[in-house]
Write a protein that binds this ligand. Sequence first.
Ligand SMILES: Cc1ncc(COP(=O)(O)O)c(C=O)c1O
Length: 413
Amino acid sequence: MSASTTSELYRDYVMPTYGRFDLALSRGEGTRVWDEAGKAYLDFGAGIAVCSLGHAHPKMAKLLANQAATLIHTSNLYLTRPQGELAKLIVDLVRLSGKVFFCNSGAEANEGLYKLARKFGAPTGRYEIITFMNSFHGRTLGGISATGQEKVKMDFAPLVEGFVHMPFNDLAATEAAINSRTVAILLEPVQGEGGINPATPEFLKGLRELCDKHDLLLMFDEVQCGFGRTGDWCAWRSIVPSGVEPDAVSWAKGIASGVPLGAFWAGSRPTASVPLCDLLGSGTHGTTYGGNPLVAAAGLAVLSIIQEEGLLENARNLGDHLIRELEAMNLPAIRLVRGMGLMIGIELNDLAGEGLPSIIATKALMAVGLLVIPSGERTIRLLPPLNITKSEANEALAILKKVLGAPLREKIT
Ligand SMILES: Cc1ncc(COP(=O)(O)O)c(C=O)c1O
């Protein structure tokens, strides 16, 4: 084994693309992770909204081990049972007819949506997709082109053509942006990286009407907010319980609790040729690993365990509890609490110390054993596993109260 520390290995051999914290984690159990020195942390970041079942869930670990000992990979030249079963389970859970494509990440799931939209628009020469400011859709060239944040695009020109960004929750501006090239509207029903900004019910309803009126696809990026995070399988239904249904949706992150699985679904609305879900026909799209038996078994395990353990309800209840208690603390350091289910953003005022409020707070919380995720300049996100207990929620609240209390609030604006 190398004599270098983990930090040194990263410094010398791993590309410096991330602003990482110097914290080397070595194991996890439930909502807790431990660093290499044996210090425990309450994990309210869950790998950026990924570990829906927390760490080392015994049933998931067993199902994965069984699948690993049976068949890990075959390529998509052949059929494997777990992929078929997972596609059916997803279609059943979202309660919309259609079909699913499997890939390996959120950015890749969104690439599938862009290609679906272009294929849908090809007969009429339409290709432009409207997305929104402050959105995040991934780090591929397509993803950064779709993302409504300048910082991800810098120095990567020329970008992929055909994306325009409108102000989020501004229906009039969105309508004004529709032209003869427009083919689709893509949004995160709850913006995640942008700082936990939910779409309003009126916006979602209005977008559906615009899409119907102009024959556009309404596409949701539920990579961060989907599959239970907001307390519903579908985040958009946490905002509008019925009456607004998308034409296509992308997922990743929480769908397999840390095993790299992405997916997108398309509905069965008719197009000029075949139903939308059959538009990407043989040879039009693909990936070697996508939906292999190992990752599909992980997805099946996670979605089944979310059902068996009542985790949608848990996410709703404990999310409400966290938001209520955070608001009741009335701390001067906290400007605003936003969110739904276990997708919570705490917007901070200016804090004493070097750097952005989001980073100052994240580091201070980490130092006393609570992991949270910074977002932009002044928001920290609570994205814990969906199976946290009330006592873990209260433990996190006590730490937040202590850390965001007195010592950090000298420079309140
Ligand atoms: C809404 C959204 N879409 C897409 C992505 C990209 O997913 P991935 O990092 O798995 O490529 C993310 C990642 O944070 C996301 O939050």
